[in-house]
Ligand binder design. Structure first.
Ligand code: A3P
Length: 338
C-alpha cells in the first residue's frame, strides 16, 4: 500500500550519513503508514509513541533516534507547540551569545528565531533549508520527552521545557492553523473537542507536559520546566533562572550594567514582532511546508482564551487538566497561580 504522503526526496544531510540509503526513508514511510491516523483537523495527524504528530515530525524523530549525536554542551529546547517556542529560542540565544554581539549585530535582529535555533527533527528529514548559524549550543524539539533520542540522555545535555495555560495554548494553536496555507481547521468548538480528547498536533497536551515535568523532578540539574505565564509575569527573574540553568549566570557587573533588562527588551513580543525580519516572508521548517513568519507573533498575552472560549469550555478544560495531572504536583491553568 502506498503511504498517504511522501517525504521530501532532496536532503543534503544524506552526504554525511546513512540517509544516502533511501531505504531509511522508505522505512520511515512504512512505519508512519502503519500508525493510527486522524484527519479531523483537516490535515493528517499520526499517533506515534502516544502522541499525534504530522508525518514529517515523526520521520524526523525516527531518524534523529538513529542519527542525532548531541554534545554534552547542547541545550535542547522542548516545547508544546504555541507555548512560547519563538520566545524561549530568542531568550536562550540572547543569553548564550551576549558576549559575542552588541545590540545591533545580534542575530535576532537579522534572523528569525526559528532559523537561528532549528528543530533537530526537521533537520534530519530535510536539508533543502538555508544554512543555519549553529555556533551556539541550542537546538529545539516539539517531541514528547519519551521520544527524545537515547543519545540525548546519554550525552547528559540539558533540556529546557516551556508550556503554558492549556486554554491559551489551544486558542493559539487554533489561530495558527488558520494561518497555514492549504489548511482550514474545523470550527473552534470542534477543534476544542478534539483538543480535550488529546487529538491535536503533539497532543495530548497533559501527557506532553507531564513527561517533561516528571523528568524535571527526577533530574532537576538537567531539566528545567518553565511556564510562559510565569515568564510573562516576571521576565527578569526568569531570564536569570534560565541563564543560571544554562551555565551562563550573569555577573554582578552585567546585572549592574542592565544586561538582563537588555535581553528582556530585545526578546519582548513587541520588539520581535516589529522587526522587519519577522514581519515579512515565510519560514520553511521543512521545504515542503511554509508559514508566514508573522504568524508566530499574534498577541503574546496571558488569558486571551477569554476572548474565544465560553466559561463552560474553560471550566471543562481546567477540569480535564486537573484530573489528568492529579498527584503530579503540576498545575497549568494560569488562573490557579495568578
Ligand atoms: P498567542 O497566539 O497567544 O499570541 P510558539 O512560538 O510556540 O509558536 O508560540 C506562539 C505564541 O507565543 C503566540 O501566542 C505568540 O504570539 C507568542 N509569542 C511569540 N513571541 C513572543 C515573545 N517574544 N514574547 C511573548 N510571547 C510571544
Amino acid at each position: 500500500m502506498a503511504p498517504p504522503f511522501s517525504l521530501p526526496t532532496q536532503n543534503t544531510f544524506a552526504e554525511e550519513s546513512d540517509m544516502k540509503d533511501t531505504e531509511v526513508y522508505a522505512e520511515c514511510e512504512r512505519i508512519i503508514a502503519s500508525l493510527p491516523r486522524n484527519g479531523s483537523w483537516n490535515f493528517d495527524l499520526y499517533q506515534y509513541e502516544g502522541f499525534w504528530y504530522w508525518p514529517y515530525l515523526i520521520a524526523g524523530t525516527i531518524l534523529s533516534k538513529k542519527l542525532f549525536k548531541p554534545k554534552p554542551s547542547h541545550i535542547i529546547l522542548g516545547t508544546f507547540p504555541k507555548c512560547g517556542t519563538t520566545w524561549i529560542k530568542a531568550l536562550t540565544l540572547a543569553v548564550a551569545t551576549r558576549n559575542q554581539y552588541d545590540d545591533s549585530t545580534n542575530p535576532l535582529r537579522h534572523e528569525f528565531s526559528h532559523d537561528c535555533v532549528p528543530f533537530y527533527e526537521h533537520d534530519f528529514i530535510d536539508k533543502v533549508l538555508p544554512p543555519r548559524n549553529l555556533e551556539h549550543p541550542l537546538i529545539s524539539t516539539h517531541t514528547s520527552y519519551g521520544s527524545l533520542p537515547k543519545s540525548v540522555m546519554d550525552s547528559g545535555c540539558k533540556i529546557i521545557y516551556t508550556c503554558r495555560d492549556p486554554k491559551d495554548a489551544f486558542v493559539s494553536l487554533w489561530h495558527f492553523w488558520r494561518t497555514l496555507a492549504g489548511v482550514d481547521p474545523p470550527p473552534i468548538e470542534d477543534a476544542f473537542e478534539l483538543f480535550c480528547n488529546g487529538v491535536s498536533f503533539c497532543g495530548p497536551y497533559w501527557d506532553h507536559a507531564l513527561g517533561y515535568w516528571n523528568a524535571s523532578l527526577e533530574r532537576p540539574d538537567k531539566v528545567l520546566f518553565l511556564k510562559f505565564d510565569d515568564m510573562k509575569r516576571d521576565t527578569l527573574l526568569h531570564i536569570k533562572r534560565i541563564a543560571e540553568f544554562m551555565g551562563y549566570p550573569f555577573s554582578a557587573e552585567e546585572e549592574k550594567e542592565g544586561m538582563v533588562e537588555k535581553i528582556k527588551d530585545l526578546c519582548s513580543f513587541e520588539n520581535l514582532k516589529s522587526l522587519e525580519i519577522n514581519k515579512k516572508g515565510d519560514f520553511f521548517p521543512v521545504a515542503a511546508f511554509s508559514v508566514e513568519k508573522q504568524s508566530f507573533f499574534r498577541k503574546g498575552k496571558v488569558g486571551d482564551w477569554k476572548n474565544h472560549l465560553t466559561p463552560e469550555m474553560a471550566a471543562r478544560l481546567d477540569n480535564i487538566m486537573q484530573e489528568k495531572l492529579k498527584g503530579s504536583g503540576l498545575t497549568l491553568a494560569a488562573s490557579s497561580h495568578d
